[in-house]
Design a protein around this ligand. Structure first.
Ligand SMILES: [Zn+2]
Length: 353
């Protein structure tokens, strides 16, 4: 039995309607828009060699002629993805409404939308692969001013969620080329580096409080590389979070804060149910590092589990930071001299705490 292209188009429109991008009365208009974009006749049968796909955008893309350039394919994929997606104001309103019910449901809504409209690749990239895509470095990944623009990094369908952090505007996005599960950035609305101070730490804790489903990372090296203040998040348990020696001691300086050295000796894990106290401890370490700069970069990895915050502070050279998977773990690429330096620094900070 023949299947008609129109049926495939209607399945795609069903997905668009399910995301509140359009309403039933928009169906004829959408059919015509898609017919124009794909340059096909909807009343023709689907070629026999093509099969249905669970992803409805992928299903439609099969109809494109094989000799089309990758650039044309990419543009059409992006246009159709955008047709599947509500405008930024609507995505933001739906996100906010869902957040009231459940924060995780809100980010999952954005994630599902981003997967369905292909603004987030379904492929998980390795560090090596990302390195082979030099175009990714062309534009600033953190700038939301590219919303609605088709670039090598961004699909037309990409959307940013506006967030208010301590009366400043910040933008949440899922990364187009992720390495980790549900990986994204929250970046300042302007392309600029904000001073590294107490607020740097406060924002990190605020993010982990309002969206505790993620592990949050402040990386001095990442924002310096982008020249844009940002925080990194993912659904990922970094090895450093579990690399603890289980020899906890109570901090003398900060009440209710438990301190322990990572078993790799290259970082410190702190935990507490007292958010303010742990924030102060984090800020104290950040200040010590800023004043002495014993290593090229500092990272604050924060997660909230039930009512307890766990913060892991690691110090590294820039070269070792690129790979998310080995974040904070000792590896052979670290020079002995640098390792000794970091260990000495960790000892010093531990002694203060
Ligand atoms: Zn930027």
């Amino acid at each position: 039995m023949d299947m008609y292209i129109k049926e495939w188009v209607n399945e795609f429109i069903d997905v668009a309607i399910s995301f509140d991008s359009w309403m039933e009365m928009d169906r004829i208009y959408l059919q015509n828009r898609i017919e124009t974009i794909l340059a096909v006749d909807l009343n023709e049968a689907v070629p026999n060699h093509l099969a249905k796909q669970p992803d409805k955008l992928t299903q439609l893309l099969q109809l494109l002629p094989a000799n089309l350039t990758n650039e044309d394919k990419g543009r059409i994929e992006s246009e159709l993805g955008d047709l599947l997606t509500p405008p930024p104001s609507v995505v933001n309103a739906l996100f906010a409404k869902t957040y009231e019910v459940d924060p995780k449901q809100a980010t999952d809504y954005l994630y599902d939308l981003s997967k369905n409209n292909h603004s987030v690749s379904s492929h998980s990239f390795s560090e090596r692969e990302l390195f082979c895509y030099p175009f990714i470095k062309e534009n600033c990944l953190a700038c939301y001013q590219q919303e609605g623009k088709l670039t090598n990094n961004f699909s037309l369908a990409k959307r940013f969620i506006r967030m208010n952090l301590a009366n400043e505007s910040w933008m949440l996005q899922y990364l187009s080329f992720p390495q980790l599960l549900k990986e994204g950035l929250v970046s300042y609305e302007e392309h600029q580096l904000l001073p590294v101070n107490q607020q740097t730490v406060q924002r990190l804790f605020q993010l982990a409080t309002i969206l505790p489903q993620f592990t949050w990372v402040y990386r001095s090296q990442l924002e310096e590389e982008l020249q844009h203040s940002c925080y990194h998040f993912a659904r990922y348990t970094y090895p450093v979070l579990t690399d603890t020696s289980s020899k906890k001691s109570q901090s003398l300086l900060f009440s209710d804060v438990q301190v322990e050295k990572l078993s790799s000796d290259l970082g410190i894990s702190l935990s507490s149910a007292n958010q303010k106290s742990l924030e102060q401890a984090a800020y104290f370490i950040l200040e010590q590092w800023k004043q002495q700069q014993p290593t090229e970069s500092i990272q604050l990895v924060l997660r909230k589990q039930k009512e307890v915050y766990q913060l892991v502070v690691t110090f590294q050279s820039a070269s070792r930071l690129a790979n998310n998977q080995t974040l904070g773990m000792s590896d052979s690429s670290m020079a002995q001299e640098e390792k000794t330096l970091t260990e000495t620094w960790v000892e010093k900070v531990m002694a203060f705490l």
